[in-house]
Design a binder for this molecule. Structure first.
Ligand code: 26V
Length: 821
């Protein structure tokens, strides 16, 4: 294709292209890498190719931000400690509609694009659902042409790479920036300054404060393009890197402290060195406190400077700015915005407070008490004394209001106190976020209901209008169009174009479940996805799988409440059944697990070891060969998910009811035609509402039953009275799966039988096994199975993140699709 065509698509500024797409690529190889294009290794080819794609989008990216500055619309700012982006090249090619050009280029140059794509490391700047949600949201915002910026941290090391050695998880660093990243653009001239009340040292992930020596950090922004589908709007994801002023600062150099200056720089840079890989507890992580403030301080300074440079008056802040806090991690935005409005803008308290509350909104992502953030007042005193002063004043006024509304209710007063009193008093960040924002939302209907009714009932009563629900969604561009090309093509042939941005159009395929021709094409697309995955996992990890078996998939962080253990025990039950009845006629099944355990979460790591150990025994047992296979796939990542999800037949969503806020892999799997085996938890409930209970396998206790049986639940009863349960557990406890490491699964026995099985695995085991029995029966009839799988795709429209973002936009942010760029 000629440059004029590219220019017509994406050009819009004074700069024009000077060649064809081939030339863009070759010029990059020669000029950036000084290498003969014919001799370039794959990595250099990737950089050149990605660079050429960036050249194509550069003008539109610039134009988008210029348009926002000129038109001055209300803009959304999404603050998140995590953006789990994954790879970018294929996504940008898709969203820029460059596929035809790229295909032509591949044919003419003999370049293998799949090989290039594999060169890109995942940008793994997140732990799991919360971080991937942020990435889906910014893509939807750009696709829907909503003026928006995502703000996060540019960690040198993303989520660790998981290795499995002798069946155990070990963590390896992920230096994803080792090679230059072709997407990011550093903007040193827009560096932000972060003043701190004390200087500090970093030791083992903790900071040691040197009181009374005020200091400051610098935040250098690195921008990444966020390409909307169709490439018209290209928003920005701005990631901050921590540093200090140049080490070659003349003053320090000449004063002789060269060594000190250099080591201070290293110290400062450790603030954005690594993503915290523990999403299950917030205890004792003082460096994390600095990270969170660093994000808030840099981002708010940036937001305010954009707001002012567009000529806005302070009083119009909520009319021009909507800031969404992704969990409490950026909740220091409440005192920080107050500080800016009081100390910099010189507004009075009442006006500053009104503007702050109307500008900020907060999303809650978990009800687990151990994950709710609380920061020591002492940390605030040392590093952010002014913020503590402001928090105390917010608290004083708030408690005054509560007292006048409910006089004499001291118990309530202490429950809603923003400060948890005690020897080491703490700021309750969720309470601060609720009080300091105009909207608090949960991420699925049941989660929002429980948040209101069980977790923060006092706040829900005080601020009934603030609480709302925004059920999560996922972007169909990455998770269907890009990940599952065969199914995407079939969908387009059936419903035409347009489903990519209006996923409800997929409803049209619902009747086609009855159509033999369509069903066969659907089954063929599923098989093609399985073969793609089988080839990929063989090449990546050397694992051999049979695509002609049922793929039963549980992919998510390893947590007790997500109950990978329930799945593992059920596998043992089927193993036992097959051993005692070799004629048992069940469809051959491959049970696939993937997910990371927090490095300090011992029991989660034992569960990984159990799954790998079961796999070792079961996969080597000729008695079940060809019928049952168990694999734990190492290093779960966006890229693994994109490959595996299209291949899945069964989606395991089996958390204890009331514990999974929403889940999003459940949505991705449904969209790709997997049937859900799930509890009535999180968004599973809404999935079943859409597709119908007869098209999923729902089992287990409801949230209410979990709550009501907590007092009398006795896991030992199940062990003593259910033969299959006992036989399965005894194999674990008696080291059948760990003959060389006796006793390693004792912590599982203790959790289940001695400490009361808090997540009620044994209570749900029988109904889970029955559900799995039904799965096997249905799978034996491919037509009946395909019909239900097709209905799952057809009814997945609600779970597009476009729907979620449309709800945030109209009900929380009051923003409209933006100016034409
Ligand atoms: C907590 C912490 C604690 C301190 C250190 C680092 C860290 C990182 C993350 C978290 C929060 C975890 C909360 C979370 O990921 N929630 C998940 O959010 C998904 C998107 O809304 C939702 O689908 C999942 O159900 C929910 O578990």
């Amino acid at each position: 294709m000629q440059h004029n065509d590219l220019h017509a698509l994406y050009g819009c500024g004074p700069v024009t292209f000077t060649g064809t797409s081939d030339a863009l690529f070759e010029r990059r190889l020669v000029l950036d890498h000084v290498i003969d294009p014919k001799a370039a290794p794959p990595r250099e080819q990737f950089e050149a190719f990605a660079g050429a794609v960036r050249d194509v989008l550069a003008q539109r990216w610039l134009k988008t931000s210029q348009t926002y500055d000129r038109v001055n619309p209300k803009q959304v700012y999404y603050l998140s400690m995590e953006f789990l982006i994954g790879r970018t090249l294929a996504n940008n090619i898709t969203n820029l509609f460059l596929e035809p050009i790229v295909e032509e280029f591949q044919n003419s140059k003999g370049v293998d694009l799949t090989e290039l794509i594999e060169q890109e490391p995942d940008a793994g700047l997140g732990n799991g659902g919360l971080g991937r949600l942020a990435a889906c949201f910014i893509e939807s915002l750009a696709t829907m042409k909503i003026p928006a910026i995502g703000y996060g941290l540019r960690y040198d090391y993303g989520i660790f790479r998981q290795e499995i050695t002798n069946g155990y998880q070990s963590e390896q660093p992920d230096p994803w920036l080792n090679r230059p990243d072709p997407w990011e653009v550093a903007r040193p001239h827009e560096t932000a300054s972060v003043p701190l009340g004390s200087s500090f040292q970093v030791q083992g992930g903790q900071i040691i404060v040197r009181r009374g020596h005020p200091t400051h950090l610098l935040g250098v922004p690195y921008d990444r393009p966020v390409v909307g589908f169709g490439g018209k709007t290209i928003n920005t994801l701005r990631l901050w890197k921590a540093t200090t002023p140049s080490v070659f600062d003349f003053g320090e150099f000449s004063s002789g402290d060269f060594f000190g200056a250099v080591s201070d720089k290293t110290l400062a840079e450790s603030v954005t060195r690594v993503l915290y890989p523990d999403d299950s507890t917030s205890h004792g992580r003082s460096l994390r406190f600095l990270q969170e403030y660093f994000l808030v301080c840099c981002s708010l300074a940036d937001i305010v400077s954009r707001f002012r440079r567009r000529g806005n008056k302070w009083s119009s802040l909520p009319d021009k700015v909507a800031i969404q806090l992704n969990d409490t991690h950026p909740a220091m935005a409440v005192p920080e915005l107050m500080r800016i409005l009081l100390d910099d803008a010189k507004l009075g308290w009442d006006e500053a407070w009104d503007l702050t509350v109307r500008t900020l909104a907060y999303t809650n992502h978990t009800l687990l008490p151990e994950a709710l953030e609380k920061w020591s007042v002492h940390l605030f005193e040392a590093l952010l004394p002014r913020h503590l002063e402001i928090i105390y004043e917010i608290n004083r006024r708030f408690l005054g209001d509560v007292q006048s509304k409910c006089p004499g209710d001291d118990a309530k007063l202490s429950r809603v106190n923003l400060i948890e009193e005690g020897p080491d008093p703490k700021v309750r960040m969720a309470s601060l976020a609720i009080v300091g924002t105009h909207s608090t939302n949960g991420v699925a209907a049941i989660h929002s209901k429980l948040l209101r009714a069980k977790t923060v009932p006092d706040f829900a009563e005080l601020f009934p209008k603030r609480f709302n629900n925004k059920t999560n969604g996922v972007t169909p561009r990455r998770w269907l169009l890009l990940a599952n090309p065969n199914l995407a093509k079939l969908l387009t042939s059936a419903v035409g174009n347009g489903w990519e941005t209006n996923l409800s159009l997929l409803h049209k395929i619902a009747p086609l479940g009855q159509d033999t021709g369509f069903r066969n094409k659907f089954l063929a697309a599923k098989r093609a996805a399985k073969v793609r995955f089988v080839d990929w996992i063989k090449a990546t990890d050397g694992i051999s799988l049979d695509p002609d078996t049922l793929f039963d998939v549980q992919i998510k962080r390893i947590h007790e409440y997500k109950r990978q253990l329930l799945n593992a025990i059920q596998v043992i039950i089927w193993y036992n059944r097959l051993l005692s009845n070799p004629k048992l006629d069940i469809p051959p099944r491959t049970i696939l697990f993937a997910g990371k355990a927090a490095p300090a979460y011992h029991l989660a790591k034992v569960i990984i070891k159990l799954i790998t150990s079961i796999g070792r025994v079961v996969n080597a047992d000729p008695a079940v060969h060809g019928k049952l296979r168990v694999e734990f796939l190492p290093n779960y990542s966006c890229t693994l998910a994109e490959s595996l999800i299209p291949a899945a037949d069964v989606s395991e969503q089996i958390s204890t009811a009331g514990f999974e806020a929403s889940g999003t892999s459940n949505m991705k799997l449904m969209m790709n035609g997997a049937l859900t085996v799930g509890t009535q938890d999180g968004a599973n409930i809404e999935i079943v509402e859409e597709v119908g209970e007869e098209n999923a396998f729902i089992f287990g206790l409801t949230t209410e039953q979990v709550l009501n049986s907590r007092d009398w639940y006795n896991p030992k009863w199940h062990y003593e009275n259910d033969v299959e349960t006992r036989q399965a557990l005894d194999l674990i406890f008696d080291d059948y799966f760990s003959p060389d490491e006796p006793g390693i699964f004792a912590p599982i026995r203790e959790m289940l039988l001695e400490r009361g099985d808090y997540y009620m695995h044994l209570a749900d085991l029988t109904s889970y096994t029955v559900a799995q029995q039904r799965v096997g029966e249905l799978y034996a009839d491919p037509n009946a199975w395909a019909q239900k799988a097709i209905l799952n795709v057809a009814c997945s429209g609600k779970f597009s993140s476009d729907r979620t973002i449309a709800e945030y936009a109209s009900e929380i942010w009051q923003v409209k699709p933006g100016p034409v760029v």
